[in-house]
Design a protein around this ligand. Structure first.
Ligand code: ZN
Length: 348
């Protein structure tokens, strides 16, 4: 099942029915559970794609929210923000409205439906992936968010989709210049030199896949080495002076930051295959992607993202130094302790 095809399956079969009160309780329990898992794996701040905003606040009120949330609104919540005049940045250091949820502009990388300028290798008849919107529709949506002071966030995997997203960002910023809007491009998978130049010029923040470099390598042969040299291009972004943040894509990708760092540093997967090795970055660079760059993506680099006097005391204690262990074992480094706001929220 890929992309929109999922919707068809949501309408068939029998599913358990819950009352509104049961749904609320389930949402609270789910948010509290995932918060425990996030801090167990060393996450102190997460960009949340939607989710039950009320349950999140209840979990916090009960003292069970252990990580900080940049809440990425969609559907009814996003419309309510527009109506109420709530812009990105509203909230506090625990739950804050971030960018929009991913506005999905093309297909997926792992399911081979992203919109590319070249046909998929070995596929007959020639196929270049799926686009969801016309340029005109995308321009309109981006402009509407941008004018309302809401940080725009589009899902674009293929180079054709990234080009469309950049065109919409460039247009919105020209029509209605806003200071330092940092539009996000979630995934931003397949790049080119021209796209890099435009990402830099418009000040966009790509959030490419992180754990895929280790976890999804059995799918990379579908693209082949030539295209993989331009995918999840952390090296190209760093060299171009572009601040790229981490995008686990959880649940399709595992959220463990250490697995993500291993994938970025080695580009070698669980099956021993290495793809796009020239996009490797150093351990230091990968740590930045997972810390200060993520804070930059939400305009919060002044309060978090590094261990600095005056910032929030959010940090992780590791059993080993990722700089000195075998790079193929970074994901196995034990998390000894996770601290958010000066409080221990996980201890091994
Ligand atoms: Zn996506």
């Amino acid at each position: 099942m890929t992309d929109q095809a999922r919707l068809v399956f949501n309408r068939v079969g029998n599913r358990p029915v819950f009352t509104a009160a049961q749904m609320q309780e389930r949402n609270r329990a789910a948010q509290a559970y995932i918060s425990k898992q996030f801090v167990r794996y060393g996450l102190t701040s997460v960009h949340h794609e939607g989710g039950d905003l009320f349950a999140l606040q209840e979990v916090r009120a009960r003292g069970e929210l252990l990580h900080r949330v940049s809440y990425e609104a969609q559907d009814g919540v996003l419309e309510a923000m527009l109506k109420a005049g709530i812009a990105t940045g509203f909230g506090d250091e625990w739950i804050r409205f971030g960018a929009t949820s991913e506005h999905t502009c093309d297909g997926s990388f792992s399911e081979r439906t992203m919109a590319m300028s070249v046909p998929y290798p070995g596929v007959e008849p020639p196929y270049r992936g799926n686009l969801i919107f016309t340029q005109e529709d995308l321009n309109g949506w981006v402009e509407r968010m941008h004018r309302a002071g809401i940080q725009v966030n589009c899902h674009a995997n293929g180079d054709v989709a990234i080009d469309m997203v950049l065109t919409a960002y460039e247009r919105a910023q020209k029509l209605f210049p806003r200071f330092d809007p940092r539009p996000k491009i979630t995934h931003c998978t397949l790049i080119s030199d021209d796209l890099l130049r435009r990402i830099k010029a418009v000040g966009a923040v790509p959030a490419p896949f992180t754990s895929y470099g280790y976890y999804n390598t059995d799918k990379f042969h579908f693209y082949g080495e030539e295209l993989m040299q331009r995918c999840m291009a952390y090296r190209s972004f760093a060299d171009a002076g572009i601040t790229a943040a981490a995008g686990s894509d959880f649940s399709p990708g595992p959220f463990s930051p250490l697995m993500g760092i291993q994938g970025m540093v080695t580009r070698t997967g669980w099956n021993g295959e290495t793809w796009g090795g020239k996009q490797r970055i150093t351990v230091d660079e990968a740590l930045r992607v997972n810390t200060i760059n993520g804070a930059y993506a939400t305009h919060e680099e002044g309060i978090k993202g590094s261990i600095t006097a005056g910032k929030l005391a959010d940090f992780v204690v590791l059993a080993d130094d990722p700089h000195s262990v075998d790079p193929n074992k970074i994901k196995d480094i034990a998390i000894i302790e996770t601290v958010t706001g000066g409080n221990t929220v996980y201890k091994a």
